[in-house]
Structures are given as C-alpha cells and as structure tokens.
Design a protein around this ligand. Structure first.
Ligand SMILES: [Zn+2]
Length: 89
C-alpha cells in the first residue's frame, strides 16, 4: 500500500471518511479527491505525524493553503493574553 493511502486509511479510521473542514463525506472509492492536509502548516510543524494530519477535500485544502488554522490562532492569542494578564497582576 502506498504510504499516502496508508495515512488516509489511518486518519479515516480516526476522524471518519469526511473532510475535516467542511464535513463533506468522501465516497469509499476511489480514494481520489481526498487530500492529506497538515493541520498546522508543514513549514511550522515539519514531518508526517498522524497527529498533525487531517483529510480534506481539494477545495478546502486549496482554500486553507499554508495558513494557520483559525482555532489555533485563537488559542495562541488566548495563551498570549493570559500571559499578559499574569505579567500585569
Ligand atoms: Zn472540505
């Protein structure tokens, strides 16, 4: 089995056979139209760890590109603000 297909199967078992972003279901076959996306961009978290991989349809993957996911941005801002409060208090 090709490595990419193996990753897709592992992630589909974890998250279901749907796009992580738009929740559109993938048809079981063919495996095309389904892409592997680095949730945290590859340039920030290099490597192919399953913990950082999600299944995405081509449209969502293209739209996201190399950007940081919004939930992660909010989380980072929340942590930053918390540190800021601790410095003030
Ligand atoms: Zn999608």
């Amino acid at each position: 089995m090709e490595e990419r297909t193996f990753f897709q199967c592992v992630i589909a078992a974890r998250d279901g056979r749907r796009c992580f972003y738009c929740a559109r279901n993938f048809k079981p076959r063919p495996m095309r139209r389904k892409t592997l996306d680095h949730y945290i961009p590859h340039r920030v978290w290099p490597g192919w760890e399953v913990a950082n991989l999600v299944l995405a349809c081509e449209r969502c993957n293209l739209a996201k590109g190399d950007a940081l996911p919004w939930p992660l941005v909010w989380l980072l801002l929340a942590v930053f603000r918390q540190d800021e409060w601790e410095l003030i208090a």
